[in-house]
Design a protein around this ligand. Structure first.
Ligand code: ADA
Length: 596
Protein backbone atom coordinates (compact mmCIF):
# COMPACT_ATOMS: atom_id res chain seq x y z
CA UNK A 1 0.00 0.00 0.00
CA UNK A 2 1.41 3.36 -0.97
CA UNK A 3 1.75 5.61 2.05
CA UNK A 4 1.35 9.36 1.98
CA UNK A 5 4.89 9.57 3.36
CA UNK A 6 8.09 8.18 1.91
CA UNK A 7 8.48 5.47 4.56
CA UNK A 8 6.44 2.56 5.82
CA UNK A 9 5.49 2.54 9.50
CA UNK A 10 6.30 -0.64 11.39
CA UNK A 11 3.79 -3.43 12.02
CA UNK A 12 1.57 -3.10 15.07
CA UNK A 13 -0.36 -0.13 13.83
CA UNK A 14 -3.88 0.27 15.24
CA UNK A 15 -5.14 3.01 12.94
CA UNK A 16 -6.54 1.61 9.72
CA UNK A 17 -5.46 3.42 6.60
CA UNK A 18 -5.69 2.98 2.88
CA UNK A 19 -4.20 4.95 0.06
CA UNK A 20 -6.45 6.88 -2.32
CA UNK A 21 -3.61 7.16 -4.84
CA UNK A 22 -5.52 5.60 -7.70
CA UNK A 23 -7.61 6.68 -10.66
CA UNK A 24 -10.52 8.96 -9.74
CA UNK A 25 -13.46 9.89 -11.95
CA UNK A 26 -12.92 13.34 -13.43
CA UNK A 27 -14.73 16.16 -15.20
CA UNK A 28 -13.70 19.74 -15.96
CA UNK A 29 -15.94 22.77 -15.89
CA UNK A 30 -15.53 23.11 -19.66
CA UNK A 31 -16.67 19.50 -20.15
CA UNK A 32 -19.68 20.04 -17.89
CA UNK A 33 -20.73 23.01 -19.99
CA UNK A 34 -20.51 20.84 -23.13
CA UNK A 35 -22.56 18.12 -21.43
CA UNK A 36 -25.15 20.65 -20.24
CA UNK A 37 -24.59 19.39 -16.68
CA UNK A 38 -25.62 22.35 -14.53
CA UNK A 39 -26.19 20.96 -11.03
CA UNK A 40 -24.23 22.02 -7.95
CA UNK A 41 -22.16 18.85 -8.29
CA UNK A 42 -21.58 16.98 -11.55
CA UNK A 43 -23.78 14.06 -12.45
CA UNK A 44 -21.53 12.80 -15.25
CA UNK A 45 -17.83 12.05 -15.14
CA UNK A 46 -16.70 11.27 -18.69
CA UNK A 47 -13.08 10.43 -17.86
CA UNK A 48 -10.66 9.38 -15.15
CA UNK A 49 -7.42 10.87 -13.88
CA UNK A 50 -4.56 9.66 -11.71
CA UNK A 51 -4.13 10.91 -8.17
CA UNK A 52 -1.65 12.36 -7.55
CA UNK A 53 -1.09 14.17 -10.85
CA UNK A 54 -1.20 17.64 -12.33
CA UNK A 55 -4.05 17.81 -14.84
CA UNK A 56 -1.72 19.62 -17.27
CA UNK A 57 -0.22 16.19 -17.97
CA UNK A 58 -3.52 15.06 -19.54
CA UNK A 59 -3.71 15.65 -23.34
CA UNK A 60 -5.96 18.64 -23.99
CA UNK A 61 -5.50 20.14 -20.51
CA UNK A 62 -1.91 21.37 -20.93
CA UNK A 63 -2.92 24.98 -20.22
CA UNK A 64 -6.25 24.47 -18.43
CA UNK A 65 -6.94 26.97 -15.68
CA UNK A 66 -10.35 26.55 -14.10
CA UNK A 67 -12.38 24.16 -12.01
CA UNK A 68 -12.62 20.37 -12.15
CA UNK A 69 -14.29 17.67 -10.04
CA UNK A 70 -12.84 14.39 -8.81
CA UNK A 71 -15.00 11.53 -7.53
CA UNK A 72 -14.24 8.24 -5.81
CA UNK A 73 -15.86 5.82 -3.41
CA UNK A 74 -14.11 4.93 -0.18
CA UNK A 75 -15.12 1.50 1.10
CA UNK A 76 -14.90 0.92 4.84
CA UNK A 77 -12.48 -1.94 5.47
CA UNK A 78 -13.83 -4.93 7.38
CA UNK A 79 -12.33 -5.16 10.84
CA UNK A 80 -10.49 -8.28 11.90
CA UNK A 81 -12.16 -10.39 14.62
CA UNK A 82 -11.31 -9.10 18.09
CA UNK A 83 -9.85 -5.83 16.75
CA UNK A 84 -11.07 -2.25 17.11
CA UNK A 85 -14.69 -1.50 16.09
CA UNK A 86 -15.46 -1.80 12.40
CA UNK A 87 -14.88 1.46 10.49
CA UNK A 88 -18.57 1.50 9.45
CA UNK A 89 -19.47 1.76 13.15
CA UNK A 90 -20.48 5.04 14.81
CA UNK A 91 -17.22 5.19 16.74
CA UNK A 92 -14.92 5.46 13.69
CA UNK A 93 -14.81 8.53 11.46
CA UNK A 94 -13.20 8.73 8.06
CA UNK A 95 -10.19 11.04 8.19
CA UNK A 96 -9.03 12.14 4.76
CA UNK A 97 -5.48 13.42 4.62
CA UNK A 98 -4.63 15.44 1.52
CA UNK A 99 -0.92 15.98 0.88
CA UNK A 100 -1.70 18.86 -1.48
CA UNK A 101 -4.52 20.07 -3.74
CA UNK A 102 -3.68 22.79 -6.25
CA UNK A 103 -4.79 25.24 -5.29
CA UNK A 104 -8.27 25.21 -3.71
CA UNK A 105 -10.04 21.99 -2.78
CA UNK A 106 -13.64 21.70 -1.63
CA UNK A 107 -14.60 18.29 -0.29
CA UNK A 108 -18.08 16.75 -0.39
CA UNK A 109 -18.93 13.52 1.42
CA UNK A 110 -22.10 11.84 0.14
CA UNK A 111 -23.06 15.15 -1.47
CA UNK A 112 -22.58 17.32 1.63
CA UNK A 113 -19.76 19.88 1.80
CA UNK A 114 -17.38 19.00 4.63
CA UNK A 115 -14.30 21.17 4.03
CA UNK A 116 -12.59 23.70 1.84
CA UNK A 117 -8.88 24.41 1.74
CA UNK A 118 -6.66 26.96 0.00
CA UNK A 119 -3.00 26.56 -1.03
CA UNK A 120 -1.45 23.79 -3.06
CA UNK A 121 1.56 23.26 -0.88
CA UNK A 122 0.39 22.24 2.58
CA UNK A 123 -1.23 19.04 3.86
CA UNK A 124 -4.68 19.12 5.46
CA UNK A 125 -7.17 16.80 7.07
CA UNK A 126 -10.93 16.39 6.83
CA UNK A 127 -13.03 14.48 9.33
CA UNK A 128 -16.09 12.88 7.76
CA UNK A 129 -18.50 11.93 10.57
CA UNK A 130 -19.61 8.30 10.47
CA UNK A 131 -22.79 6.90 8.96
CA UNK A 132 -23.88 3.28 8.79
CA UNK A 133 -22.93 3.18 5.10
CA UNK A 134 -20.30 0.68 4.08
CA UNK A 135 -19.04 3.06 1.40
CA UNK A 136 -18.63 6.84 1.31
CA UNK A 137 -18.73 8.89 -1.85
CA UNK A 138 -16.08 11.59 -1.92
CA UNK A 139 -16.06 14.46 -4.42
CA UNK A 140 -13.33 17.07 -4.50
CA UNK A 141 -13.84 20.26 -6.45
CA UNK A 142 -10.46 21.66 -7.46
CA UNK A 143 -9.85 25.22 -8.61
CA UNK A 144 -6.57 26.72 -9.82
CA UNK A 145 -7.82 30.12 -10.99
CA UNK A 146 -6.20 33.44 -10.06
CA UNK A 147 -7.92 36.55 -8.75
CA UNK A 148 -9.16 38.26 -5.62
CA UNK A 149 -9.74 34.90 -3.93
CA UNK A 150 -6.07 33.94 -4.21
CA UNK A 151 -3.26 36.03 -2.73
CA UNK A 152 -0.43 33.50 -2.95
CA UNK A 153 -1.18 31.64 -6.17
CA UNK A 154 -1.00 34.08 -9.07
CA UNK A 155 0.82 34.75 -12.30
CA UNK A 156 4.39 34.02 -11.34
CA UNK A 157 7.92 32.91 -12.16
CA UNK A 158 6.81 29.32 -11.51
CA UNK A 159 3.65 27.53 -12.56
CA UNK A 160 0.56 26.91 -10.44
CA UNK A 161 -0.67 23.57 -11.79
CA UNK A 162 -4.15 22.15 -11.22
CA UNK A 163 -5.31 18.97 -9.55
CA UNK A 164 -4.87 16.69 -6.58
CA UNK A 165 -1.13 16.90 -6.90
CA UNK A 166 0.10 15.08 -3.81
CA UNK A 167 -0.96 11.74 -2.26
CA UNK A 168 -4.30 11.27 -0.47
CA UNK A 169 -5.02 8.78 2.25
CA UNK A 170 -8.18 7.48 3.96
CA UNK A 171 -7.81 6.72 7.65
CA UNK A 172 -10.38 5.52 10.18
CA UNK A 173 -10.01 7.24 13.49
CA UNK A 174 -11.72 6.74 16.86
CA UNK A 175 -13.77 9.47 18.57
CA UNK A 176 -10.63 10.87 20.16
CA UNK A 177 -7.64 10.47 17.88
CA UNK A 178 -3.99 11.48 17.67
CA UNK A 179 -4.18 14.54 15.45
CA UNK A 180 -0.62 15.88 15.47
CA UNK A 181 2.60 15.16 17.31
CA UNK A 182 5.72 17.29 17.63
CA UNK A 183 8.93 15.88 19.07
CA UNK A 184 11.66 18.48 19.51
CA UNK A 185 15.12 17.19 20.47
CA UNK A 186 17.55 18.99 22.76
CA UNK A 187 20.94 17.82 23.92
CA UNK A 188 20.73 16.96 27.59
CA UNK A 189 23.83 15.89 29.47
CA UNK A 190 25.40 13.11 27.41
CA UNK A 191 22.09 12.14 25.84
CA UNK A 192 18.98 13.79 24.43
CA UNK A 193 15.69 15.08 25.76
CA UNK A 194 12.58 15.22 23.58
CA UNK A 195 10.00 17.88 24.16
CA UNK A 196 6.66 16.33 23.17
CA UNK A 197 3.52 18.15 22.10
CA UNK A 198 0.56 15.98 21.22
CA UNK A 199 -2.81 17.17 20.01
CA UNK A 200 -5.84 14.97 20.71
CA UNK A 201 -9.00 15.76 18.84
CA UNK A 202 -12.45 14.62 19.92
CA UNK A 203 -14.94 14.68 17.03
CA UNK A 204 -17.68 12.92 19.04
CA UNK A 205 -20.50 14.38 21.14
CA UNK A 206 -19.28 12.99 24.46
CA UNK A 207 -16.44 13.82 26.80
CA UNK A 208 -13.78 11.09 26.83
CA UNK A 209 -10.66 10.39 28.88
CA UNK A 210 -7.56 9.12 27.11
CA UNK A 211 -3.91 8.37 27.83
CA UNK A 212 -0.97 8.48 25.44
CA UNK A 213 2.29 6.52 25.53
CA UNK A 214 5.27 7.37 23.36
CA UNK A 215 8.09 5.01 22.44
CA UNK A 216 11.29 5.90 20.63
CA UNK A 217 14.59 4.01 20.51
CA UNK A 218 14.92 2.45 23.95
CA UNK A 219 12.81 5.01 25.83
CA UNK A 220 9.15 5.18 26.78
CA UNK A 221 6.97 7.95 28.18
CA UNK A 222 3.44 7.89 29.54
CA UNK A 223 1.25 10.99 29.79
CA UNK A 224 -1.28 11.49 32.55
CA UNK A 225 -4.86 10.73 31.47
CA UNK A 226 -6.63 13.73 29.92
CA UNK A 227 -10.32 14.48 29.48
CA UNK A 228 -11.23 15.83 26.05
CA UNK A 229 -14.54 17.67 25.74
CA UNK A 230 -16.79 17.03 22.72
CA UNK A 231 -15.62 18.81 19.56
CA UNK A 232 -12.42 20.02 21.24
CA UNK A 233 -8.70 19.62 20.75
CA UNK A 234 -6.46 19.17 23.80
CA UNK A 235 -2.71 19.63 23.70
CA UNK A 236 -0.54 17.46 25.96
CA UNK A 237 3.08 18.34 26.64
CA UNK A 238 5.86 16.36 28.24
CA UNK A 239 9.61 15.82 28.21
CA UNK A 240 11.22 12.42 27.79
CA UNK A 241 14.86 11.47 28.07
CA UNK A 242 16.28 9.36 25.28
CA UNK A 243 19.77 8.08 26.07
CA UNK A 244 22.02 6.19 23.67
CA UNK A 245 20.91 7.48 20.30
CA UNK A 246 23.10 8.66 17.43
CA UNK A 247 22.85 12.33 16.50
CA UNK A 248 21.45 13.28 13.05
CA UNK A 249 23.49 15.29 10.56
CA UNK A 250 23.62 15.43 6.76
CA UNK A 251 26.78 13.31 6.79
CA UNK A 252 25.32 10.77 9.26
CA UNK A 253 21.53 10.92 8.96
CA UNK A 254 20.50 8.60 11.79
CA UNK A 255 16.70 8.35 12.13
CA UNK A 256 14.44 6.72 14.72
CA UNK A 257 10.81 5.67 14.45
CA UNK A 258 8.62 7.22 17.09
CA UNK A 259 5.35 5.54 17.99
CA UNK A 260 2.54 7.18 19.95
CA UNK A 261 -0.30 4.98 21.17
CA UNK A 262 -3.65 6.23 22.40
CA UNK A 263 -5.20 4.19 25.21
CA UNK A 264 -8.84 4.21 26.24
CA UNK A 265 -10.13 4.01 29.84
CA UNK A 266 -9.37 0.26 29.91
CA UNK A 267 -5.81 0.83 28.70
CA UNK A 268 -6.71 -0.72 25.34
CA UNK A 269 -4.87 0.79 22.33
CA UNK A 270 -7.42 2.59 20.14
CA UNK A 271 -5.17 4.65 17.86
CA UNK A 272 -1.51 4.92 16.81
CA UNK A 273 0.61 7.58 15.16
CA UNK A 274 4.10 7.08 13.73
CA UNK A 275 6.74 9.53 12.72
CA UNK A 276 10.44 9.38 12.02
CA UNK A 277 12.69 11.74 13.91
CA UNK A 278 16.36 12.66 14.11
CA UNK A 279 18.24 13.95 17.14
CA UNK A 280 19.86 17.24 16.28
CA UNK A 281 19.98 20.80 17.54
CA UNK A 282 20.36 23.92 15.41
CA UNK A 283 21.71 27.25 16.69
CA UNK A 284 23.08 30.54 15.50
CA UNK A 285 26.16 31.81 17.31
CA UNK A 286 27.66 35.07 16.10
CA UNK A 287 28.22 34.74 12.37
CA UNK A 288 28.07 30.95 12.50
CA UNK A 289 25.34 28.37 12.00
CA UNK A 290 25.76 25.41 14.34
CA UNK A 291 24.45 21.86 14.17
CA UNK A 292 24.96 19.93 17.39
CA UNK A 293 27.41 22.62 18.49
CA UNK A 294 29.59 22.48 15.37
CA UNK A 295 29.74 25.05 12.58
CA UNK A 296 28.17 23.90 9.31
CA UNK A 297 28.20 25.45 5.85
CA UNK A 298 25.38 25.00 3.37
CA UNK A 299 25.99 24.39 -0.34
CA UNK A 300 23.20 23.70 -2.72
CA UNK A 301 20.21 24.78 -4.70
CA UNK A 302 16.86 26.42 -4.85
CA UNK A 303 14.47 23.82 -6.18
CA UNK A 304 10.96 24.13 -7.56
CA UNK A 305 8.74 21.08 -7.73
CA UNK A 306 8.55 20.97 -11.50
CA UNK A 307 9.10 18.46 -14.26
CA UNK A 308 7.94 18.47 -17.90
CA UNK A 309 6.45 15.00 -17.56
CA UNK A 310 4.77 15.40 -14.16
CA UNK A 311 4.23 19.11 -13.57
CA UNK A 312 4.53 19.75 -9.83
CA UNK A 313 3.48 16.16 -8.96
CA UNK A 314 6.83 14.41 -9.15
CA UNK A 315 6.78 10.72 -8.25
CA UNK A 316 9.10 9.52 -5.51
CA UNK A 317 11.54 8.13 -8.10
CA UNK A 318 11.93 11.52 -9.82
CA UNK A 319 12.38 13.29 -6.47
CA UNK A 320 15.08 10.77 -5.58
CA UNK A 321 16.85 11.41 -8.87
CA UNK A 322 16.91 15.15 -8.16
CA UNK A 323 18.59 14.51 -4.83
CA UNK A 324 21.02 12.03 -6.37
CA UNK A 325 22.03 14.70 -8.91
CA UNK A 326 22.56 17.22 -6.12
CA UNK A 327 24.58 14.70 -4.18
CA UNK A 328 26.72 14.04 -7.26
CA UNK A 329 27.32 17.80 -7.45
CA UNK A 330 28.61 17.82 -3.86
CA UNK A 331 25.59 19.65 -2.38
CA UNK A 332 24.22 19.29 1.13
CA UNK A 333 21.45 21.94 1.01
CA UNK A 334 18.09 22.63 -0.63
CA UNK A 335 15.94 25.71 -0.28
CA UNK A 336 12.33 24.72 -1.04
CA UNK A 337 11.64 27.86 -3.03
CA UNK A 338 8.99 29.22 -2.59
CA UNK A 339 6.65 26.92 -0.65
CA UNK A 340 6.49 23.86 1.60
CA UNK A 341 7.39 20.70 -0.27
CA UNK A 342 5.80 17.30 -0.70
CA UNK A 343 6.20 15.38 2.56
CA UNK A 344 7.88 12.54 0.67
CA UNK A 345 10.64 14.86 -0.55
CA UNK A 346 11.30 15.93 3.03
CA UNK A 347 11.36 12.27 4.09
CA UNK A 348 14.00 11.64 1.44
CA UNK A 349 16.07 14.59 2.68
CA UNK A 350 15.84 13.26 6.24
CA UNK A 351 17.16 9.87 5.19
CA UNK A 352 19.62 10.85 2.44
CA UNK A 353 21.11 13.65 4.54
CA UNK A 354 20.30 17.11 3.19
CA UNK A 355 19.84 20.35 5.12
CA UNK A 356 16.62 22.12 4.23
CA UNK A 357 15.44 25.70 4.36
CA UNK A 358 11.69 25.34 4.08
CA UNK A 359 9.62 28.46 3.52
CA UNK A 360 5.93 29.16 3.64
CA UNK A 361 4.34 29.99 0.34
CA UNK A 362 4.93 33.53 -0.95
CA UNK A 363 6.96 34.90 -3.84
CA UNK A 364 6.77 38.69 -4.14
CA UNK A 365 3.19 39.00 -2.98
CA UNK A 366 1.06 42.09 -2.75
CA UNK A 367 0.54 42.83 0.94
CA UNK A 368 -2.61 44.79 0.14
CA UNK A 369 -4.32 41.81 -1.53
CA UNK A 370 -7.64 41.27 0.33
CA UNK A 371 -6.82 37.66 1.23
CA UNK A 372 -3.09 38.02 1.95
CA UNK A 373 -3.20 38.06 5.74
CA UNK A 374 -5.52 35.14 6.35
CA UNK A 375 -4.02 32.98 3.59
CA UNK A 376 -0.39 33.47 4.64
CA UNK A 377 -1.32 32.84 8.29
CA UNK A 378 -3.01 29.52 7.53
CA UNK A 379 -0.41 28.33 5.05
CA UNK A 380 2.42 29.15 7.47
CA UNK A 381 0.62 27.46 10.38
CA UNK A 382 0.06 24.30 8.33
CA UNK A 383 3.71 24.10 7.29
CA UNK A 384 4.78 24.40 10.92
CA UNK A 385 2.19 21.90 12.12
CA UNK A 386 2.76 19.15 9.56
CA UNK A 387 6.49 19.41 8.91
CA UNK A 388 7.83 20.02 12.40
CA UNK A 389 9.48 16.63 12.90
CA UNK A 390 11.68 16.63 9.82
CA UNK A 391 15.27 16.53 11.02
CA UNK A 392 16.41 17.87 7.66
CA UNK A 393 14.56 21.19 8.10
CA UNK A 394 17.04 23.39 9.93
CA UNK A 395 15.77 26.83 8.85
CA UNK A 396 12.26 28.27 8.49
CA UNK A 397 11.83 30.94 5.84
CA UNK A 398 9.01 33.10 4.56
CA UNK A 399 8.08 35.99 2.25
CA UNK A 400 10.61 35.63 -0.57
CA UNK A 401 11.42 39.01 -2.13
CA UNK A 402 8.54 40.84 -0.51
CA UNK A 403 8.35 44.48 0.54
CA UNK A 404 10.99 44.63 3.30
CA UNK A 405 12.02 48.26 2.81
CA UNK A 406 8.91 50.14 4.01
CA UNK A 407 7.30 50.41 7.47
CA UNK A 408 4.03 48.72 6.33
CA UNK A 409 6.06 45.92 4.72
CA UNK A 410 8.09 45.58 7.89
CA UNK A 411 4.89 45.07 9.88
CA UNK A 412 3.93 42.13 7.63
CA UNK A 413 7.39 40.58 7.97
CA UNK A 414 7.24 41.01 11.72
CA UNK A 415 3.87 39.30 11.95
CA UNK A 416 4.83 36.23 9.92
CA UNK A 417 8.27 35.86 11.53
CA UNK A 418 6.71 36.12 14.99
CA UNK A 419 4.16 33.48 14.09
CA UNK A 420 6.98 31.11 13.10
CA UNK A 421 9.04 31.81 16.23
CA UNK A 422 6.03 31.34 18.49
CA UNK A 423 5.30 27.93 16.95
CA UNK A 424 8.93 26.82 16.86
CA UNK A 425 11.59 28.76 18.75
CA UNK A 426 14.20 26.05 18.05
CA UNK A 427 14.95 26.76 14.39
CA UNK A 428 16.55 29.95 13.00
CA UNK A 429 14.30 32.12 10.82
CA UNK A 430 15.07 34.13 7.71
CA UNK A 431 13.61 35.56 4.51
CA UNK A 432 15.27 36.06 1.13
CA UNK A 433 15.67 39.78 0.59
CA UNK A 434 16.02 41.66 -2.67
CA UNK A 435 16.30 45.12 -1.11
CA UNK A 436 19.88 44.87 0.13
CA UNK A 437 20.91 48.26 1.60
CA UNK A 438 17.30 49.46 1.65
CA UNK A 439 16.11 46.57 3.81
CA UNK A 440 14.71 47.58 7.21
CA UNK A 441 13.84 44.09 8.50
CA UNK A 442 17.22 42.54 9.23
CA UNK A 443 16.80 42.89 12.99
CA UNK A 444 13.82 40.50 12.75
CA UNK A 445 15.78 37.46 11.54
CA UNK A 446 18.44 35.09 12.86
CA UNK A 447 20.13 34.73 9.45
CA UNK A 448 20.47 37.46 6.81
CA UNK A 449 19.68 36.11 3.33
CA UNK A 450 20.21 37.89 0.06
CA UNK A 451 19.09 37.13 -3.46
CA UNK A 452 21.78 38.63 -5.69
CA UNK A 453 21.97 38.64 -9.45
CA UNK A 454 25.08 40.82 -9.69
CA UNK A 455 26.32 39.16 -12.87
CA UNK A 456 22.93 38.67 -14.50
CA UNK A 457 20.43 41.55 -14.30
CA UNK A 458 22.18 44.72 -15.54
CA UNK A 459 25.79 43.76 -14.66
CA UNK A 460 28.40 46.48 -15.13
CA UNK A 461 31.40 44.23 -15.69
CA UNK A 462 29.95 40.73 -16.08
CA UNK A 463 31.19 38.15 -13.61
CA UNK A 464 33.84 40.56 -12.31
CA UNK A 465 31.07 42.31 -10.37
CA UNK A 466 30.48 39.39 -8.03
CA UNK A 467 33.44 39.74 -5.64
CA UNK A 468 33.48 43.54 -5.09
CA UNK A 469 29.71 43.82 -4.69
CA UNK A 470 29.44 41.15 -2.00
CA UNK A 471 32.45 42.63 -0.19
CA UNK A 472 30.68 45.97 -0.13
CA UNK A 473 27.43 44.42 1.10
CA UNK A 474 29.13 42.57 3.94
CA UNK A 475 30.91 45.76 5.02
CA UNK A 476 27.55 47.54 5.12
CA UNK A 477 25.86 44.65 6.95
CA UNK A 478 28.40 44.55 9.75
CA UNK A 479 28.05 48.28 10.36
CA UNK A 480 25.32 50.11 12.29
CA UNK A 481 23.82 51.16 8.94
CA UNK A 482 22.19 47.74 8.51
CA UNK A 483 19.92 48.44 11.52
CA UNK A 484 20.15 45.10 13.28
CA UNK A 485 21.85 42.90 10.67
CA UNK A 486 25.35 43.35 12.00
CA UNK A 487 27.10 40.25 13.35
CA UNK A 488 24.60 37.77 11.88
CA UNK A 489 25.33 34.81 9.61
CA UNK A 490 24.70 35.33 5.89
CA UNK A 491 23.22 33.03 3.27
CA UNK A 492 23.35 33.83 -0.44
CA UNK A 493 19.83 32.54 -0.96
CA UNK A 494 19.79 33.06 -4.74
CA UNK A 495 22.31 33.84 -7.48
CA UNK A 496 22.66 32.60 -11.02
CA UNK A 497 21.83 33.24 -14.63
CA UNK A 498 20.02 31.59 -17.51
CA UNK A 499 21.42 29.27 -20.16
CA UNK A 500 19.38 27.78 -22.95
CA UNK A 501 20.18 24.09 -23.09
CA UNK A 502 22.33 23.41 -26.14
CA UNK A 503 23.12 27.07 -26.84
CA UNK A 504 26.90 27.05 -26.81
CA UNK A 505 28.75 29.90 -28.39
CA UNK A 506 32.32 31.27 -28.27
CA UNK A 507 30.98 34.78 -27.54
CA UNK A 508 30.15 33.54 -24.01
CA UNK A 509 27.20 35.97 -24.19
CA UNK A 510 24.18 35.96 -21.86
CA UNK A 511 21.99 32.87 -22.33
CA UNK A 512 24.90 30.73 -23.55
CA UNK A 513 25.84 27.74 -21.47
CA UNK A 514 29.34 29.23 -21.32
CA UNK A 515 28.21 32.45 -19.62
CA UNK A 516 26.17 30.58 -17.05
CA UNK A 517 29.15 28.37 -16.32
CA UNK A 518 31.47 31.39 -15.88
CA UNK A 519 28.91 33.11 -13.66
CA UNK A 520 28.34 30.14 -11.35
CA UNK A 521 32.05 29.35 -11.21
CA UNK A 522 32.94 32.87 -10.08
CA UNK A 523 29.98 33.17 -7.67
CA UNK A 524 30.79 29.87 -5.99
CA UNK A 525 34.50 30.73 -5.84
CA UNK A 526 33.63 33.87 -3.90
CA UNK A 527 30.65 32.75 -1.79
CA UNK A 528 31.76 29.26 -0.80
CA UNK A 529 35.14 30.45 0.41
CA UNK A 530 34.08 33.51 2.39
CA UNK A 531 34.33 32.92 6.14
CA UNK A 532 31.22 35.02 6.91
CA UNK A 533 28.92 33.36 4.37
CA UNK A 534 27.43 30.19 5.88
CA UNK A 535 25.34 29.14 2.90
CA UNK A 536 24.96 29.47 -0.85
CA UNK A 537 21.97 28.29 -2.87
CA UNK A 538 22.19 28.56 -6.65
CA UNK A 539 19.14 29.79 -8.51
CA UNK A 540 18.16 27.17 -9.54
CA UNK A 541 18.32 23.39 -9.75
CA UNK A 542 16.42 22.83 -13.02
CA UNK A 543 14.65 24.93 -15.61
CA UNK A 544 10.99 25.40 -14.69
CA UNK A 545 7.77 26.37 -16.43
CA UNK A 546 6.46 29.88 -15.66
CA UNK A 547 2.99 31.28 -16.25
CA UNK A 548 2.49 33.02 -19.56
CA UNK A 549 0.97 36.13 -18.06
CA UNK A 550 3.80 36.84 -15.68
CA UNK A 551 6.96 37.69 -17.59
CA UNK A 552 6.33 37.36 -21.24
CA UNK A 553 9.95 37.58 -22.33
CA UNK A 554 11.17 34.47 -20.52
CA UNK A 555 12.43 32.32 -23.44
CA UNK A 556 10.38 29.10 -23.82
CA UNK A 557 8.05 30.43 -21.06
CA UNK A 558 10.55 28.86 -18.71
CA UNK A 559 12.88 30.22 -16.10
CA UNK A 560 16.06 28.86 -17.68
CA UNK A 561 18.49 29.31 -14.79
CA UNK A 562 18.76 25.58 -14.05
CA UNK A 563 22.13 23.86 -13.94
CA UNK A 564 20.18 21.02 -15.51
CA UNK A 565 17.36 21.71 -17.91
CA UNK A 566 13.74 20.74 -17.27
CA UNK A 567 14.48 17.13 -18.34
CA UNK A 568 17.50 17.11 -15.97
CA UNK A 569 20.00 17.17 -18.84
CA UNK A 570 23.32 18.69 -17.78
CA UNK A 571 24.36 22.09 -18.97
CA UNK A 572 28.00 23.11 -19.22
CA UNK A 573 27.91 24.67 -15.75
CA UNK A 574 27.44 21.22 -14.17
CA UNK A 575 31.16 20.51 -14.14
CA UNK A 576 32.11 23.95 -12.77
CA UNK A 577 29.51 23.67 -10.00
CA UNK A 578 30.65 20.17 -9.12
CA UNK A 579 34.29 21.21 -8.90
CA UNK A 580 33.53 24.22 -6.66
CA UNK A 581 31.10 22.34 -4.42
CA UNK A 582 33.47 19.42 -3.96
CA UNK A 583 36.37 21.76 -3.14
CA UNK A 584 34.22 23.40 -0.47
CA UNK A 585 33.12 20.03 0.84
CA UNK A 586 36.74 19.01 1.34
CA UNK A 587 37.68 22.35 2.84
CA UNK A 588 34.84 22.79 5.33
CA UNK A 589 33.02 19.53 6.03
CA UNK A 590 34.09 17.31 8.88
CA UNK A 591 34.39 13.66 7.92
CA UNK A 592 31.31 11.64 8.89
CA UNK A 593 31.57 10.32 12.46
CA UNK A 594 32.32 6.62 12.84
CA UNK A 595 29.19 4.67 13.74
CA UNK A 596 29.29 2.84 17.01
C1 ADA B 1 14.00 36.11 -7.82
C2 ADA B 1 12.97 35.15 -7.31
C3 ADA B 1 12.93 33.85 -8.05
C4 ADA B 1 13.21 34.05 -9.54
C5 ADA B 1 14.53 34.75 -9.73
C6 ADA B 1 14.88 35.04 -11.18
O1 ADA B 1 15.08 36.23 -7.06
O2 ADA B 1 13.09 34.90 -5.94
O3 ADA B 1 11.69 33.26 -7.85
O4 ADA B 1 12.17 34.79 -10.09
O5 ADA B 1 14.46 35.99 -9.11
O6 ADA B 1 15.05 34.09 -11.94
O7 ADA B 1 14.96 36.21 -11.55
Amino acid sequence: MAWIRGFEPPAGEVRQRSSLCQRWEFVTQAQRAELGDRGRLPSKYPSTIAVPAAWETVPGLETYRGKAWYRTNVPAPASAPGSAPAPGSPTRALRLVFGGVSHTGTVYADGRQVATHYDAFTPWEVIVPPTSDAERQIIVQVDNTFGDHSALHKENDYYTYGGITRPVEAQWVPQVYLQYLHATPRRHGRGWRLHLRIWLRNWSKQSLTRTVTVKVANAEYRFKPAAIAPGKVVELTGDMDVPNVEAWSASAPALYMLQATLLDEHDTPVDTHYDRIGFREVAVKGKKLLLNGEAIRLRGYNRHEDHPQFGCALPLEAMTTDLEIMRDLGCNFVRTSHYPNDERFLDLCDEMGFYIWEESHARTVDFSHPRFRDQIAVSTAEMLQWHHNHASIIIWGCLNECESRTPPGRAEHQRVLRQIKAADPTRPVTFASMYHKDDICLDLVDIVSWNRYDAWYRPQHGTRDVAPLIKDMLKWLHSPKSKGGSGKPVILSEFGGAALYGYRDPTRAKYTEEYQSDLLDESLRVYLNHPDIVGAAIWQFCDVRVTLGWWRDRPRTHNNKGTVDDYRRRKLSYEAVKRRMQEAQQKWDKPAPKRR
